[in-house]
Write a protein that binds this ligand. Structure first.
Ligand SMILES: [Zn+2]
Length: 244
């Protein structure tokens, strides 16, 4: 009976953690799926861009290259009340009594636009439009003339711009240029995966040599409730074990 209760509680905890994660993922996905509704002949969308200019790496959530200019979107999937000013360095997320500081997203997106300008310096006359999008889980209490909107306002906001200022050819060239400069699919991911693989390989090698991968002490064969296992000689200081 006790076991059933424990199992039930465990399941409940799993469910709560998981649903939070799903919610987070949904928040990220929504903007990409909203942007799918834009007419592809007029708007070219790129989600998640990493640009490198000099030593600085910039990450842009969503970029739209359109007949009507370049839209640069920074998304914040925050809950609670959002306070801040156009020129203050930090904004604040307030949930009940807890206040969390975060970097002013208007400034953050301004940096993104500067990185894009560097990347597209052959096109000095491009018209950039910065948009900060919050999910509806947040209540925007920000004092600014700049564009800070809710996700459901995004599509009408973009469609409000109807003055053509980019030719079909330039739109295509810029789209390809950003795609090829985007490091997300090459550099970062590969490097990240490689470093994880290396770490795992190094640990496996140490374990094969009967060396503890956590503290470098020797591993010794021990006898436990569930059979033999390899344990660190420094137990209880080091708790590394490996089943055999
Ligand atoms: Zn150890």
């Amino acid at each position: 009976m006790k076991f059933v209760v424990i199992l039930f509680l465990f399941g409940l905890i799993l469910l709560i953690t998981f649903s939070k994660r799903i919610k987070g993922l949904v928040g990220e996905k929504t903007i990409s799926s909203i942007l799918l509704l834009l007419d592809k002949t007029e708007y070219k969308v790129i989600n998640n861009i990493v640009l490198k200019s000099g030593a600085v790496t910039t990450q842009i959530d969503h970029l739209i290259i359109s007949d009507f200019g370049i839209f640069v979107i920074e998304t914040k999937n925050f809950k609670g009340w959002i306070f801040g000013g156009e020129n203050t360095e930090y904004w604040q997320q307030v949930i009940f009594k807890s206040k969390i500081k975060f970097y002013n997203p208007i400034r953050q997106n301004h940096r993104h636009i500067n990185a894009l300008k560097t990347c597209l310096k052959e096109y000095p006359n491009l018209k950039y439009k910065s948009i900060i999008v919050f999910s509806t889980r947040a209540t925007i209490k920000v004092n600014t003339s700049k564009d800070v909107i809710y996700s459901y306002q995004l599509l009408p906001f973009i469609k409000n711009y109807q003055e053509k200022n980019l030719s079909i050819d330039d739109k295509e060239i810029i789209f390809r240029k950003i795609k090829s400069d985007n490091l997300i699919n090459t550099f970062d991911k590969q490097k990240h995966i490689k470093s994880i693989k290396n770490r795992i390989q190094k640990r496996e090698k140490l374990i094969n040599e009967n060396t503890c991968p956590n503290c470098d002490d020797n591993l010794i064969r021990r006898n436990g409730k569930f059979g033999d296992f390899l344990g660190c000689k420094s137990y209880p200081k080091c708790k590394f074990i490996r089943n055999i």
